[in-house]
Design a protein. Structure first.
Length: 305
């Protein structure tokens, strides 16, 4: 039997979605504003991070789960609960450092090196589990505040905007384009009134702020690529996923509008050429989201949204 390759299997899953025109980091089931997209949590209440967020969002999207808590078969058993017969789990991953010994060609001495090794395990959404304690039982979908009318902000929008602006970026408003300029290290945003909704404005701002985190004085990502290049596509993928993480944390109901069809082709090419590309993008996106939200009081905002 061929050895299971987690990189290959997960990348194939992401590619299949992109080929269908679906971006796995966009939670399509909440676009009507009926509920807020939850960041998936462990049984401890801690949020999952990076690639595992995408994997659990994919399953939730496909199966219609609204609950945000996931656990292993044994964790459910320890709570006196049971996974229903026939339920299919979701594979997620963790990285374990293995010590490898290799000869140093200069000294001729053996040296130990830490090599990251991927491992997978299976979790279940609480919607798949019976007899859970009350605190873990799936709640009804969270009712979202109505989307704001053009030119207006509701309380959730104002709280999210305050959180985003707290990151310390220089934000210049005006014109008809949204972009991050690495040279002057500024984020350019059209006036709020140009957007169809507050959610669209906030999602766009989150996207550009994720680019902002890549400046050489911060996370130091590569901004040298031109449109259509591998490096450009990689940076756009980081900003796309990072903005989705930020939006889920702050309860932003909106989407950054851009030429997604053109980007999808570039992303597919990158993923087909490198089975580790989506893992790297998700890791960089998580770091970007963490930086954007570092001063935001994001946990309190998410609870109040």
């Amino acid at each position: 039997m061929a050895k299971f390759d987690a990189y290959e299997a997960i990348t194939a899953q992401i590619i299949a979605k992109l080929e269908a025109g679906i971006r796995p980091w966009r939670m399509d089931w909440v676009r009507d504003g009926a509920s807020l997209p939850p960041l998936p949590r462990r049984v401890t209440g801690e949020h999952y991070r990076g690639i595992n967020v995408l994997l659990l969002w994919l399953t939730a999207q496909e199966r219609g789960y609204h609950a945000d808590t996931w656990m292993t078969f044994n964790q459910a058993k320890e709570l006196g609960a049971n996974v229903r017969k026939g339920e299919k789990g979701t594979a997620i991953v963790f990285f374990k450092a293995l010590t490898m010994t290799k000869e140093n060609p200069t000294t001729g001495q053996d040296e130990d090196h830490q090599v990251p090794c991927i491992r997978s395990y299976t979790v279940f959404n609480v919607a798949q589990i019976d007899n859970l304690p009350e605190r873990y039982r799936p709640a009804a979908p969270i009712a979202a505040a109505p989307a704001s009318l053009p030119g207006l902000r509701n309380e959730r929008d104002l709280a999210a905007e305050t959180a985003l602006r707290s990151c310390g970026a220089t934000i210049i408003e005006g014109g008809d384009r949204a972009f991050y300029a690495p040279g002057p290290d500024t984020v350019q945003m059209p006036d709020f009134e140009r957007f169809h909704s507050a959610g669209g404005y906030l999602a766009t701002l989150a996207h550009e702020l994720c680019h902002w985190t890549g400046h050489k004085s911060r996370l130091g990502r590569n901004f040298t690529g031109q449109f259509g290049s591998k490096d450009y596509a990689a940076e756009e993928l980081v900003a796309e996923i990072g903005a989705a993480f930020v939006g889920a944390q702050l309860g932003i109901l909106g989407e950054h509008i851009d030429n997604h069809a053109a980007y999808i082709g570039s992303w597919l090419k990158a993923l087909r050429n490198d089975k580790r590309a989506i893992f790297k993008a998700a890791s960089l996106a998580q770091a970007a989201a963490d930086m954007v939200l570092a001063n935001a009081g994001a946990a309190e905002l998410a609870q109040a949204a």
